[in-house]
Design a protein around this ligand. Structure first.
Ligand SMILES: C[S@@+](CC[C@H](N)C(=O)[O-])C[C@H]1O[C@@H](n2cnc3c(N)ncnc32)[C@H](O)[C@@H]1O
Length: 290
């Protein structure tokens, strides 16, 4: 049955609220705006527009998926990060806004490096959708980037995002464990970024259904205290870093102190530092190779 945009939105918000969905207004609007290929604001200028029956049915199907817990980003297939649009599916973590802090630090270091060297080589470990690797390549045109992920399916998403942003010739995607597959084949890099899984076993149990049932466990679970992949990577990172190069890591709440200690214990690093995100959580930890 045909309905107007206004009627559809009111009904969807009501259904999502009754279903206990977080942020029902935003979800109802984003799902409809994306379906109609309109900016979200335009929905409010066109509340009386009548949609066809196939359009109404397609919207109802999207609302049903959201009611079952599927994140809006997987339903529409995109997430914005660093002001760029990234395709996402259930093979990759949905990029989070706090990860932009890691990119900010990476861009600052890469630009500084470029002022003293002709090129800057960057390695992004646990690249997922390629959001960090592609944002860095976009912001630093002199950079040459390698993105590694253990998941082949994630790398397919990263590869297509690089093509979409016309970065395919500047980024190489490699499947493997941390920096192991590239340590003998690539030049030493000026910058290593890594947003590796860091959710603890106890936190995993408490995660909301929308995350646990849809986002890949491989992207989230970091072992008992969440730090298994990060600890292993801190051991490997000095091999691939050039002298003066930086490793920049995203960490979970209450993990920064331990990760900084692990970095200090590696004789290879100096200038260990940390920065809080907008929520006040110590989120990004870095160190410079001697
Ligand atoms: C937290 S997600 C981060 C994804 C993306 N970089 C971001 O910031 O949204 C972690 C990623 O690390 C990958 N990963 C997990 N263990 C890995 C390992 N041992 N070696 C390489 N990648 C790994 C996962 O497949 C996942 O894509």
């Amino acid at each position: 049955m045909s309905q107007t945009i206004g009627e559809l939105l009111r009904r969807a918000v009501c259904d999502l609220k009754c279903g206990g969905t977080a942020e029902p207004q935003a979800a109802a609007q984003v799902l409809l705006a994306d379906l109609l290929d309109l900016p979200r604001l335009s929905l409010f200028l066109e509340t009386q527009r009548v949609l066809s029956t196939p359009q109404c049915d397609a919207y109802a199907a999207r609302i049903r998926r959201r009611l079952q817990g599927e994140p809006v980003q997987y339903i529409i297939g995109t997430q914005e990060f660093w002001s760029l649009s990234f395709a996402v599916n259930t093979s990759v973590l949905i990029p989070r806004p706090e990860t932009e802090l890691l990119v900010e630090h990476g861009v600052a270091h890469a630009r500084q490096w470029c002022s003293r060297h002709a090129a800057v080589h960057v390695l992004d470990v646990g690249t997922g959708s390629g959001n960090i690797a592609i944002s860095l390549a976009h912001a630093v045109p002199q950079s040459r980037v390698w993105g590694v992920d253990i998941s082949w399916d994630a790398l397919q998403v990263a590869r297509s995002n690089a093509q979409y942003h016309a970065m395919a010739d500047r980024i190489r995607w490699i499947q493997g464990d941390l920096s192991v597959p590239i340590r003998e084949t690539m030049p030493q890099v000026a910058l290593c970024t890594a947003n590796l899984p860091y959710v603890t076993a106890a936190e995993w149990e408490q995660l909301p259904r929308d995350i646990k049932a849809y986002e890949p466990a491989l992207a989230l679970c970091g072992g008992e205290d969440g730090l298994d992949p990060i600890r292993r990577f801190v051991i490997l990172a000095p091999e691939v870093l050039a002298s003066g190069g930086m490793v920049i890591l995203e960490v979970g709440w209450q993990q920064a102190k331990t990760v900084m200690e692990v970095l200090w214990q590696r004789d290879a690093f100096v200038d260990v530092g940390v920065e809080r995100d907008l929520a006040g959580i110590e989120r990004v930890v870095w160190a410079r190779k001697r």
